[in-house]
Design a protein around this ligand. Structure first.
Ligand code: ACO
Length: 324
């Protein structure tokens, strides 16, 4: 097995803010309810002509500038998203062209909703560890505002737009990837979905609005039950204890989901990193955005162990332990 490491991080969020006060003008809600029930204060919303690929390009430009990295020798582009500009071509192909990534590089999108970034990271690690690829560009990016129902107060208060990018490169001397855990329960697919070609799951008729539909309470319960179990399995597999994990980055769905997860794991909340306070739930982007916030704030340092855990529609979940 070849070693693999995350060597650079970048991110981007749209300029336009949507505060809780703005939402008070749109639906019957208030800042106090939103902050108490979710921890979210504001989110960023893409312009009508700004799409997931645009956010991705800006995130990669940020990465290249800050880490003095080039993408001209990237040999695979993976974009985790459930809100691509088009069904096809993929966002990965669009950004490969715009960023001047070689025509010999592979490019594809991957959809595991809010767990997508960790699935993409796991895929990138597998490619590099196998020796088949040397430099993989991984993005988690979504523009969920474009499929949000701004008449549904229980969902529209949660979501925002953003993109995060990392480079996963081969390393002959050591590896920065340890345990992982993946899971999926398609039986819970109807708890959070958006219809496309079909409005059915097996015999179940879904609400055909082309907007995101969510049974928040069910997703909430499932996440609080499933994530701690997944984290424990991942740690057992890696032979690492939680005390050896410097930072835990769960998907930023809701602070009231992160708190009971940390409580069940007996992990200090101060060591949990999340991006929801100012960016809301940005789906596949929440984890790289939180990682990048940690780097920018000087919390996350080279050599530290970071446990990322994504969860969401599918219902899917995925965890990855890395060392920077
Ligand atoms: N403002 C004021 N009141 C509200 C609002 C609001 N924005 N939204 C709901 N309420 C009301 C409800 O109508 C209800 O009133 P009632 O008791 O009179 O019926 C009350 O508040 C409580 O509603 P709940 O749904 O029980 O509220 P809860 O505390 O569960 O919070 C929330 C709802 C925020 C959606 C929460 O369940 C949640 O975050 N769930 C997880 C969502 C998630 O993680 N999604 C990730 C997947 S997304 C993806 O993969 C793309």
């Amino acid at each position: 097995m070849t070693g693999a490491k995350i060597t650079a991080i970048g991110s981007y969020v749209p300029l336009q803010k949507m505060t809780n006060a703005d939402l008070e003008q749109m639906v019957e809600t208030n800042d106090e309810w939103i902050v108490q029930r979710t921890g979210i204060k504001e989110r960023r919303i893409s312009r009508p002509n700004e799409f997931t690929s645009d956010l991705c390009v800006s995130a990669v430009q940020d990465l290249m500038k800050r880490y003095d990295k080039s993408v001209h020798d990237v040999d695979m582009v993976l974009v985790a998203t459930s809100t691509p500009d088009l069904t096809f071509p993929s966002v990965a192909s669009l950004i490969q062209h715009r960023l001047g990534i070689p025509l010999t590089a592979g490019a594809m999108d991957l959809n595991a909703a809010c767990a997508g970034f960790v699935y993409a990271l796991h895929t990138a690690h597998s490619y590099v560890a196998s020796g088949l690829h040397r430099k993989v560009l991984v993005l988690g990016a979504d523009t969920i505002s474009k499929i949000t129902d701004y008449t549904d107060r229980s969902t529209c208060i949660l979501f925002g737009d953003g993109a995060g990018a990392v480079l996963v490169e081969s390393d002959e001397l050591s590896t920065g990837f340890f345990g992982y855990h993946l899971g999926s329960d398609g039986g819970g697919g109807h708890h959070v979905y958006r219809t496309a070609l079909s409005s059915r799951i097996e015999e179940l008729e879904l609400l055909d609005t082309k907007l995101l539909v969510q049974n928040g309470r069910e997703v909430f319960r499932w996440a609080v039950r499933t994530v701690p179990q997944g984290v424990q399995r991942l740690l057992d597999q890696a032979g690492v204890s939680l005390a050896q994990v410097d930072w835990f980055i769960p998907h930023s769905a809701n602070l009231r989901i992160i708190e009971p997860i940390c409580e069940r794991l007996n992990y200090p909340m101060e060591q949990a990193l999340y991006s929801l306070v100012n960016f809301g739930n940005t789906s596949a982007a929440t984890i790289p955005l939180a990682l990048d916030l940690g780097v920018r704030e000087g919390k996350v340092q080279n050599g530290q162990r970071i446990l990322m855990y994504g969860f969401g529609a599918g219902l899917t979940h995925a965890g990855q332990l890395v060392q920077l």
